[in-house]
Design a binder for this molecule. Structure first.
Ligand SMILES: [Zn+2]
Length: 346
């Protein structure tokens, strides 16, 4: 399908020069997209760890468990002809100018090098692996298929990242996750979670108990790979409760991350005070109110899976995580949200 599509594009381009909307600064894998100018976390498919520049200023590139710091953030910039550069965002490297993901021609090293125009060792093709991931094919090493991989297919954090010949193995495959889509406030270690309904309203209310079930089901049937189980009696450190709180937000998800931002306890608060404000402001009742409430719970559950607020999509309705989405129609996880959860956990 992809080949056919690109042939069609070429055809259109040749025969209609007015079609200038074709964007060459964008490359798409099966469902993933990398857009020139955006900043990404880059996650290894084999280890689940993230491409990271060591903060010791030794310029070495490693994999590290997620911490969300700038040294795990990479700005992807199209430099034409299908090549991209990847620029580490940590201030230390930004200030030194030595910030570009680069390979060595002398050995297998992959490290940061000074930004230099047209330097083949710091230009990459992002090649679609067909599974939502990309490989980073270096321009200098393109004829011998040199890509970026975690050395020894290690799952250890931290561990060295290097250049090596493409073998079509998972330690050479990388998921690109938009930085703006992901919360730095922690998330669950896995997509399987038991959430305990806490308090009478969450457990027994004929309104709220079914809403919570429906929200969990919306995630579980979305294709995001989540497995949320609800319990009213068991003991789980992951909790949802409904009450009238003194703050004005309609909902909150408080993750309690430890160590590398894996949350070991989380509470979702659904706030009747905030909802009554929204009801007046948005003129909600009946079916619209139900959808709003379901969307509210589903949104808060999204934070458990590492999704951040307001990912700055060009269309506010592309994400359940946008606070200014149309709340009575966008009440389920959207394709953008589902894909981000998959990129984070697959
Ligand atoms: Zn939120």
């Amino acid at each position: 399908m992809k080949k056919v599509a690109s042939m069609l594009l070429a055809f259109v381009f040749v025969f209609s020069t007015s079609l200038i909307l074709i964007d060459f600064g964008k490359v798409e894998a099966a469902a993933a997209t990398v857009t020139s100018g955006k900043t990404y976390y880059i996650r290894n498919k084999n280890s689940g760890h993230f491409l990271d520049a060591e903060q010791s200023m030794n310029n070495n590139v490693i994999q590290h468990s997620f911490h969300g710091g700038k040294n795990q953030q990479w700005k992807v910039v199209s430099v034409g002809s299908g090549y991209y550069t990847l620029e580490n965002q940590w201030l230390g490297y930004q200030n030194s100018g030595r910030k570009m993901l680069s390979v060595s021609t002398a050995n297998n090293n992959c490290d940061l090098y000074f930004k230099t125009a047209n330097l083949n060792t710091q230009m990459f093709k992002l090649v679609d692996n067909g599974d939502n991931s990309f490989r980073l094919l270096n321009k200098w090493g393109e004829s011998s298929n040199q890509v970026i991989e975690t050395q020894d297919a290690s799952k250890v954090s931290p561990y060295n990242v290097q250049r090596y010949t493409w073998k079509n193995i998972n330690c050479q495959k990388w998921y690109f996750i938009e930085v703006e889509a992901m919360s730095t406030e922690g998330g669950l270690a896995t997509r399987t979670v038991t959430i305990r309904k806490n308090g009478d309203i969450a457990k027994n209310s004929s309104t709220w108990s079914p809403r919570i079930n429906t929200a969990a089901n919306a995630w579980n049937t979305s294709g995001a790979g989540t497995n949320i189980t609800l319990t009213s009696s068991g003991s789980s450190p992951y909790v949802i409760e409904v009450g009238g709180y003194v703050w004005f937000d309609a909902g909150q998800c408080v993750n309690s991350p430890q160590g590398n931002t894996i949350s070991t306890a989380s509470i979702i608060y659904i706030n009747l005070t905030g909802i009554s404000i929204d009801m007046q402001f948005l003129k909600l009742s009946g079916d619209n109110l139900e959808k709003y409430e379901r969307g509210l719970i589903t949104h808060e559950m999204g934070h458990l899976f590492w999704l951040g607020d307001n990912p700055n999509t060009s269309n506010l309705n592309s994400s359940l995580m946008n606070s200014d989405r149309t709340k009575t129609t966008i009440f389920k996880p959207q394709a953008y949200d589902i894909n981000n959860v998959r990129l984070r956990y697959d």
